[in-house]
Design a protein around this ligand. Sequence first.
Ligand SMILES: *[C@@H]1O[C@H](CO)[C@@H](O)[C@H](O)[C@H]1NC(C)=O
Ligand SMILES: *[C@@H]1O[C@H](CO)[C@@H](O)[C@H](O)[C@H]1NC(C)=O
Ligand SMILES: *[C@@H]1O[C@H](CO)[C@@H](O)[C@H](O)[C@H]1NC(C)=O
Ligand SMILES: *[C@@H]1O[C@H](CO)[C@@H](O)[C@H](O)[C@H]1NC(C)=O
Ligand SMILES: *[C@@H]1O[C@H](CO)[C@@H](O)[C@H](O)[C@H]1NC(C)=O
Ligand SMILES: *[C@@H]1O[C@H](CO)[C@@H](O)[C@H](O)[C@H]1NC(C)=O
Ligand SMILES: *[C@@H]1O[C@H](CO)[C@@H](O)[C@H](O)[C@H]1NC(C)=O
Length: 411
Amino acid sequence: MKPSSSSSSSSHSRKSGLSSYFITLAFIALVAFLYGEDLACILFNSDHHSNSSLSSTEIKEDDEGCDVFDGRWVYDAAGRPLYEEGECPYIQPQLTCQAHGRPDRGYQHWRWQPRKCSLSSFNATRMLEWLRGKRMMFVGDSLNRGQFVSMVCLLHRAIPESAKSMETVESLTVFTAKDYNATIEFYWAPFLVESNADNAVVHRITDRIVRVRSINKHARYWKGADVLVFNTYLWWMTGAKMKTLKGSFGGDTKKNITEMETEEAYRLALRRMVKWVEMNMDPNNTRVFFTSMSPSHTRSEMWGGEADGNCYNQTTPIEDSAYWGSGSKSMMRVLEQVLPRSRTPITLLNITQLSEYRRDAHTSIYKQQWSPLTPAQIADPKSYADCNHWCLPGLQDTWNELLYTKLFPPF
Ligand SMILES: *[C@@H]1O[C@H](CO)[C@@H](O)[C@H](O)[C@H]1NC(C)=O
Ligand SMILES: *[C@@H]1O[C@H](CO)[C@@H](O)[C@H](O)[C@H]1NC(C)=O
Ligand SMILES: *[C@@H]1O[C@H](CO)[C@@H](O)[C@H](O)[C@H]1NC(C)=O
Ligand SMILES: *[C@@H]1O[C@H](CO)[C@@H](O)[C@H](O)[C@H]1NC(C)=O
Ligand SMILES: *[C@@H]1O[C@H](CO)[C@@H](O)[C@H](O)[C@H]1NC(C)=O
Ligand SMILES: *[C@@H]1O[C@H](CO)[C@@H](O)[C@H](O)[C@H]1NC(C)=O
Ligand SMILES: *[C@@H]1O[C@H](CO)[C@@H](O)[C@H](O)[C@H]1NC(C)=O
């Protein structure tokens, strides 16, 4: 039942008398009862939202009734990608898969289709108008950097060449849209809290140590941001325990290190972040997002593939809608428990499940390598495939379409 027909039928029934009005009502109630669905979702099946004019209360119901993270991937040859790889100069060479020889392009053409509604179509001008005079900042690890770059690529076509710039100083990268007096920024803080991996360049550390209660070293750079998009996950996943430090880095830190369950350390760090958000982000004038865990595809056995494979040579998404691979459920539970308690609302971008399907979207071997490949690696490409990061354009554009939909609901 689409909104235009439901509104016209109800106005028609009003004309033809009270009894048919009640029959209509009873029918709707029956349908709602039979299908056990949210009434708003039956009435306003938002595949047809473009022609409806809904009151604000109805908008609210529908927004809550439609879980935009619940859906499926649809191949869209003409509608995706939203920009070309060669057209966006800001993509770092670790993510330009075509330039590094990726033979297939299918991964660029999948569009996310929520089950009960559609995503708002990304309008760069509208987003830039909204960002006017604002600072939007992504804070987190290299996966969040990918989402930041995707956002810049989605917007940059709407900005003339002379009116934009990008600059990196240490941990902070700033994209400026001059005519809008707006910046979109990325700040490197892979654990959000202070850690021994905070150096923007030299951070490939296996023996990771965090100070779970210490955030101001980074957070002083976030002050004044109007929009924050956080992530943190992969750096925590080094084993069952996490080394945490009391006191400061420098000197003989060994004595002050305690080991903690990873989930516990994660919880303390997130609570610290929430506390900072509550104290620094005005709920009336700012928006805070948190992007959930980005999954990896390092073992093809998990989706019924060959025994020793990974994301290398994967060209299609996983079709099993129940598939849940690497994403840690216990870490997800921490997000579920900590984020909703924030007095300044934090909008969760729950991208984990939809990204779990995308074994095909990783950079794999098609990226700039940190060091020259060895003959053994060259002989066995999957041995050096990167199954954590994502090609651009690609999956992470969808994460930003979801962010955009949360800012501008389609209903
Ligand atoms: C909206 O409805 C009108 C008439 O009912 C129709 O002509 C128009 O194409 C519709 N627009 C969209 C976007 O569906
Ligand atoms: C995009 O947004 C701008 C500004 O809000 C508006 O003028 C324009 O019509 C929109 N474009 C599309 C295709 O909807
Ligand atoms: C530009 O935006 C900043 C906030 O990011 C604001 O403080 C400043 O007044 C704005 N400048 C102009 C010229 O609007
Ligand atoms: C351990 O932490 C305590 C309290 O923060 C501090 O006084 C002490 O200097 C630290 N010790 C070392 C070896 O870093
Ligand atoms: C937010 O807005 C409400 C209603 O306008 C107001 O009562 C409240 O004090 C505001 N909160 C802050 C932190 O400014
Ligand atoms: C890639 O996968 C296809 C089947 O999907 C297979 O035929 C081919 O041998 C694989 N290539 C490599 C290099 O593993
Ligand atoms: C995110 O979505 C998954 C399923 O798609 C669900 O299991 C999980 O509870 C959600 N997480 C949060 C924090 O809402």
